[in-house]
Design a protein around this ligand. Structure first.
Ligand code: ZN
Ligand code: ZN
Length: 362
């Protein structure tokens, strides 16, 4: 094990500091280095754990006295080394509730996050190509918990409050001493939460939340595509101490009958007549958003050739503007011919035969 820093030094307080000073010092260190504020920062995480460990000892009169007399040696048995931040934090829920403000002190289960913030929720939403092109708000249905109305999420019957656990005096930990060695374990009475609900709310039976389907109006920006994820802040699960989590919507665009999407571009097929292909023509295409585009088909257009109309594809999500519209030309050959039409085509065949170069090679 590496050399441990002095707990007073960790919190930058003197050995004579009052409980209040220690609390303030820890609050400062915890807020600065909190994992939620420093995602992926291992150093901040280490400082946070170190400060939390120091506070867990110095905020407890018995432990502090033990530490003052015997130093770190007196702390054997507090197995901080292997404890995750979440484990350590679970002992400090109430304090964090004070620090971060928020949702009340519901008696929760495994669901809460280290900071007491509600869980993030992920849902899947399928919208049509037209909706993607237009953008707009659509309801997304979420199954899950909402704060209990009766107790406003506290879990305690209206008029009562969660009480500090008398067994562990709110620390969530109980210690037993054998000689100089202190053994510490999660308080059985409050299951390590530090508080308990004497008279649970009858609606939610103390959970602080009830299961309910809810609808959230989510804004889909024009051009959103399959695989994109939208974040809706504050629409996740209710939180105990630091507000609700976020809602993440995984977007899928339903296949469209007429259009294929390739990134910002749209592709569709247009049917033109044999003579239209030869002489040139115009086609009108209705886009998914209901607008019409007229595309010029040049004389001598070959079957399966692609006519591109710039700027008539999907809206570009970040760069602005729009992608292109690609029209794959399909030349329809009449199956039945009138006598007159047959005669005209036979004449045409003769005419075209005079100069083979006018005939399409492909
Ligand atoms: Zn309730
Ligand atoms: Zn307890």
């Amino acid at each position: 094990m590496t050399e441990k820093r002095d707990y007073y030094e960790v919190l930058s307080v003197s050995r004579e500091s009052s409980a209040d000073d220690i609390r303030k010092a820890y609050r400062q260190a915890a807020l600065k280095n909190h994992p939620d504020r420093n995602p992926g920062d291992a150093e901040a995480d280490a400082r946070f754990k170190e400060a939390t460990e120091a506070y867990s000892v110095l905020s407890d009169n018995d432990k502090r006295a033990q530490y003052d007399r015997f130093g770190h040696a007196g702390m054997n048995g507090f197995d901080f080394g292997n404890a995750g931040v979440g484990d350590i934090l679970s002992q400090f829920q109430d304090m964090f509730a004070d620090f971060f403000g928020g949702f009340g002190g519901a008696q929760g289960g495994q669901r809460r996050r280290s900071s007491g913030r509600g869980q993030d929720v992920r849902v899947h939403a399928t919208i049509s190509l037209a909706d993607s092109m237009l953008g707009g708000k659509h309801e997304v249905v979420i199954d899950g918990e909402v704060p209990c109305d009766t107790c406003t999420g506290s879990g305690a019957k209206p008029g009562t409050k969660p009480e500090t656990c008398p067994q562990c005096r709110g620390t969530g930990q109980v210690t037993a001493q054998r000689g100089f060695i202190m053994f510490s374990s999660a308080c059985a009475r409050c299951r390590g939460t530090g508080s308990y609900i004497a008279t649970p709310c009858e609606t939610c039976r103390g959970r602080g939340a009830v299961d309910r389907q809810r609808k959230v109006l989510v804004s889909f920006p024009p051009g959103i595509d399959t695989g994109h994820r939208l974040r809706v802040p504050g629409q996740g699960m209710p939180g105990r101490a630091a507000g609700p989590g976020d809602l993440y919507v995984d977007v899928e665009i339903a296949p469209d009958e007429r259009f294929e999407r390739h990134g910002d571009d749209l592709a569709s097929r247009v049917d033109i007549s044999f003579s239209g292909a030869a002489l040139g023509t115009e086609v009108e295409v209705e886009l998914p958003d209901g607008t019409n585009v007229t595309a010029a088909i040049g004389a001598g257009t070959q079957p399966s050739s692609v006519v591109t109309v710039r700027g008539k594809g999907m809206p570009r999500l970040e760069r602005g503007g729009r992608g292109d519209l690609h029209l794959v030309v399909s030349v329809s050959v009449p199956k039945k011919l009138s006598k007159h039409a047959k005669k005209l085509l036979q004449e045409l065949e003769v005419e075209l035969g005079k100069d083979g170069s006018e005939r399409a090679s492909g």
